[in-house]
Design a protein around this ligand. Structure first.
Ligand code: C2E
Ligand code: MG
Ligand code: MG
Length: 627
């Protein structure tokens, strides 16, 4: 249809419809705001046959500036020069300004013949209208998050303007555009929030340095690279001595300032290719790639020199004695955890007379550190420094939450969070499992009661160690806890690893049978790693099998793992047991487990372990479904 021919009603409705549907496709495809505006204007002109389409944003500044964002059918700069502002009288501000100030669509018809436009101020505009073949203009306000952001302006060749039906459809198009702008902006906000959360997870809030988790990851990557390229890696561990005394005498605020000042000095000294992290309350670590022992010693000396001068805090001059320990890959350890532990152990050997730093020199240092850690774990249990974390489980078929697993956490005041598997092992060696299990039982019952009180039927499962199974008083203690809290038995469950069961199968079975008498549901944890026989399994009074994450995680890439997982699910079901998969880290794993009929999933895809008071928030989010 030629642009300047007057369209009949049917034609105008059908071109508006065409524009609307092409506009919707644009809306779905656009990945940023500018692109969305550009494409939308283009669609209106190219698909709809309207001579001009533009989007302008109304600034609320002194001049009430219009910022023309995109325009099709004419030059944007030209438009900006003609219509710089939305202020003025109805006529002067035009359709755009009227739409902005009234919040309603506005239409200006007969622009070529209306005497209101026959002024010198409109001369250029008339020239434009004649040249571009339009005779009326309409503007639709764009309402984004409750505010009028700007307007979509369109011209028509018809001096009568647009008919009602057509206007209704175009209005819908403008509303869709506004919705598109809002959702793209929301997506950016979302991304920013996610980045902020990721930053929080990987950075220390006091110094904004990378934290221990971050360092561990980067150290693992550095080790992988070093293995391929055959070069060494050095890890320096820097500990502020007497930090507790400083905290006690001068207060925590002064302690924080001390850490911040030392962190700033270290950050200034660290080179671009090194990673500096805060790994404990009074400890920093520096990762130096491709560095031999000589380089590591030079770096340690350089950093200790930087920290040597006293620190000024609230008018006081404080000497902060810092010592450094060094561990090398591959000489002192071949994984991140070992290097961290050993660099830390080496700090104790550092003497000011010998430069204030020392290399890791063997098991003896590590044993000393372990011994100290055992003592500290004992204190931590006594001082209630452990934390209860809960990790959700979800029924796969219905996506409904199915309780949680209770997992213990230890935030060491100096060394930061200690990996759970590591201190559980320590507790097992130091005969600390009984006090640890007792702590956990109390915490779990009290939490289960809080949920029960709030009307939430959310079973909480507690892990038991091999040692617990031989503790003759365990079952009695659990019975007492049930009567203390008045909890129904289905709200507490227990998980026992397959390997713990296999340590002493007969006595394990006996303990499980007594727990079962209390009406409690039981899980075999880490199933697949403990080599239990089918006949033994049949005799165990358990309700659930938990497939170990080492089979679940590689399932989508390893046929062996897939086969094992599938067989365990079948085996479990044949024995009348329900099956949980742990380590469900992705949608792909979730989907695959679902098709194989696995009952329940647990893993990072569903939710990370979290403090119990964040559980309700998780559940709300989960029930909203995928973002
Ligand atoms: P578990 O009982 O098999 O618990 C599951 C472990 O896998 C947890 O590690 C959990 O954080 C981790 N996990 C869960 N989903 C995923 C995932 O998708 N990907 C990966 N990579 N990991 C996942 P956590 O908390 O470090 O605990 C390690 C082990 O320590 C536990 O293994 C359990 O055997 C033991 N444990 C934890 N809390 C206690 C406790 O209170 N008492 C006893 N005796 N043992 C405990
Ligand atoms: Mg478990
Ligand atoms: Mg497990």
């Amino acid at each position: 249809m030629p642009l300047n021919k007057k369209p009949n009603k049917l034609e105008s409705v059908s071109r508006a419809l065409r524009t609307l549907s092409a506009g919707n496709r644009t809306l779905l495809r656009a990945s940023d705001e500018q692109e969305l505006l550009r494409e939308m204007c283009k669609v209106i002109v190219e698909q709809g046959g309207y001579p001009i389409a533009c989007v302008g944003y109304a600034r609320n500044d002194e001049n009430k500036t219009i910022q023309w964002m995109e325009c099709a059918g004419m030059d944007k700069e030209h438009l900006q020069a003609l219509f710089p502002s939305w202020a003025g009288t109805v006529v002067a501000k035009g359709a755009f300004g009227t739409a902005i100030s009234t919040g309603k669509r506005s239409v200006a018809t007969h622009v070529l013949t209306d005497p209101a436009y026959a002024t010198s101020a409109h001369a250029q505009l008339m020239e434009l209208a004649t040249a571009r073949g339009y005779a009326s203009v309409t503007a639709f306000p764009l309402q984004v998050e409750g505010e009028i952001l700007g307007a979509l302006v369109m011209a028509s060749a018809d001096p009568e303007g647009f008919n009602d039906e057509e206007l209704k459809l175009l209005n819908e198009l403008a509303d869709d555009l506004a919705y598109g702008i809002a959702s793209l902006r929301m997506r950016i906000e979302h991304r920013k929030a996610q980045e902020a959360i990721a930053h929080l997870a990987y950075h220390d809030p006091l110094t904004d340095l990378p934290n221990r988790i971050h360092l561990r990851q980067r150290l693992e990557e550095a080790i992988e690279l070093a293995k391929r390229q055959h070069h060494p890696v050095a890890l320096l561990y820097l500990e502020i001595g007497q930090f507790h005394e400083i905290n006690e005498i001068l207060g925590h605020h002064a302690g924080d300032q001390l850490v911040q000042q030392l962190a700033a000095r270290l950050a200034g000294a660290a080179k671009l290719d090194q990673l500096l992290a805060r790994v404990g309350e009074a400890a920093f670590a520096l990762l130096v790639q491709n560095a031999g022992a000589d380089d590591a010693a030079t770096e340690a000396q350089r950093l200790l020199d930087v920290l040597y001068d006293p620190v000024e805090i609230s008018g006081l001059t404080i000497d902060a004695p810092v010592s450094a320990g060094i561990a090398m890959f591959p000489g002192h350890g071949s994984d991140a955890e070992a290097l961290l532990r050993r660099a830390n152990a080496a700090v104790r050997k550092a003497k000011p007379a010998r430069g204030g730093y020392a290399f890791y020199s063997g098991q003896e240092q590590e044993n000393a550190l372990r011994l100290r850690l055992m003592g500290e774990l004992r204190q931590a249990i006594g001082r209630n420094e452990l934390r209860l974390y809960c990790q959700p489980k979800v029924t796969i078929a219905s996506r409904r939450p199915f309780g949680a697993e209770a997992l213990v956490r230890w935030e060491h005041p100096l060394h930061g969070s200690i990996p759970t598997g590591e201190f559980i092992k320590l507790a097992e060696q130091a005969a600390l499992i009984t006090p640890l299990t007792n702590w956990m039982l109390k915490a779990a019952f009290s939490q289960a009661y809080a949920w029960y009180e709030a009307g939430l039927a959310r079973p909480l499962s507690v892990n038991l160690s091999a040692h617990d199974l031989h503790d003759s008083r365990l079952v009695e203690r659990i019975r007492n806890l049930f009567s203390t809290w008045g909890l129904p038995p289905e709200l507490i469950q227990f998980e026992i690893t397959e390997s713990a069961l296999m340590e002493d199968p007969a006595s394990a079975r006996d303990t499980l049978a007594r727990l079962k008498e209390l009406g409690i549901e039981l899980y075999i944890d880490d199933f697949g790693t403990g080599y239990s026989s089918l006949s033994y399994l049949q005799k165990l009074p358990v309700d659930w099998i938990k497939i170990d994450q080492s089979f679940v995680m590689p399932m989508t890439t390893s046929r062996d793992s897939a086969l094992i997982v599938r067989s365990i699910i079948e085996l479990g079901h044949n024995l009348g047991l329900r099956v949980v998969a742990e380590g469900v880290e992705s949608q792909a794993l979730w989907d695959q487990l679902g098709t194989w009929g696995c009952d329940v999933a647990q893993g990072f895809f569903v939710g990370q372990p979290m403090p119990a008071d964040r559980f309700n928030e998780w559940e709300t989010q989960w029930s909203r479904g995928p973002a």
